[in-house]
Design a binder for this molecule. Structure first.
Ligand code: BG6
Length: 293
């Protein structure tokens, strides 16, 4: 199907009724629903579904940088560009297709992109939905240039929440983090979980490969499994920042949080011909909040 701007969107479905929708604009996952048809990702009611900006919500692919260093645009250009469908990508492991509905996308830089970032690459993205409703994303980035390149990367993931004050993240305790609200000063997480009482914008460093986002009110837990993505960004704009974003409702910070599998602290170096792979898998399980002390 096409969106209002004529940009293709692909819907993946599993036999139990779960679905995921992917847009060729940015290769962005814009919806992920469970077997009951309940939406699991956040999309702002004020989101703008129009290039050249990425839609506020879903899962954005941030490449070749996450953040806003240097002359590159914030979070890189990949999320703002039109991707294509690739019918016969280089093979992945058979388990990456088995029992799954999936789509393969490709992004190559245009002349304009090369002016901002003079490196040729091929970015392949597979988005899949398994029979159990799990959503997986596999990114393969290949340097097809004659010179080395470095990049940072994020699966910038907007989870839907019932009430942000009832949400906790487990798996980040005791880790060091860079606080974007204090000039990236380095701190160590002291809490037994991350909770939200004000604006949060942090990069947790060298995290474990499994992170859990517990939504007490909804009695459900998102489980994030990741490979090749050592860091985790946690973001909630809270009250003041929400009002400054044109494509975000003033009160919507209560119904969302971003927890992103990322590579930030140590950008990935790719020599000519080399390829990097980064995987993210999301599942949702009922929780009785049993981990509460
Ligand atoms: C977060 C960053 O992940 O993304 C924030 O840590 C940033 O600093 C936010 O404000 C949203 O960015 P953007 O470019 O999508 O408005």
């Amino acid at each position: 199907t096409k969106d209002w701007n004529g940009i293709d969107q692909i819907t993946l479905r599993n036999p139990r009724g779960a679905s995921a929708r992917v847009s060729l604009h940015g290769g962005q996952v814009i919806s992920w629903r469970n077997d009951q048809g309940e939406e699991l990702l956040f999309t702002s009611s004020k989101a703008i579904f129009k290039p050249p900006k990425a839609m506020r919500g879903g899962i954005q692919i941030c490449f070749p940088q996450f953040g806003n260093c240097g002359s590159l645009e914030q979070h890189g250009f990949a999320r703002n560009k039109i991707w294509t469908i690739e019918d016969n990508p280089p093979p992945l492991h058979p388990n990456d297709a088995k029992g799954k509905a999936y789509i393969d996308l490709l992004f190559k830089p245009s002349e304009e992109d090369l002016k901002c970032w003079p490196h040729s690459f091929e970015f392949r993205l597979r988005v899949s939905l398994a029979t159990d409703g799990n959503l997986a994303m596999i990114s393969r980035i290949r340097n097809i240039n004659g010179k080395p390149l470095n990049f940072s990367f994020a699966y910038h993931t907007y989870f839907s929440a019932s009430d942000i004050s009832e949400v906790r993240i487990e798996g980040l305790e005791t880790l060091d983090y860079l606080d974007n609200l204090c000039q990236r000063e380095r701190f160590t997480e002291q809490g037994d979980a991350v909770t939200f009482e004000s604006e949060v914008d942090r990069v947790y460093l060298s995290s474990p490969s499994v992170i859990a986002v517990l939504d007490h009110e909804k009695k459900r837990t998102f489980v994030m499994r990741k490979e090749g993505l050592p860091d985790v960004v946690v973001w909630n704009p809270w009250e003041k920042k929400s009002k400054l974003m044109v494509d975000f409702g003033d009160e919507e910070y209560k119904q969302m949080l971003c927890v992103d599998g990322v590579v930030i602290e140590r950008p990935i170096p790719l020599r000519p011909g080399e390829e990097w792979t980064g995987r993210l898998e999301l599942s949702v399980v009922p929780s009785s909040y049993c981990s509460e002390p």
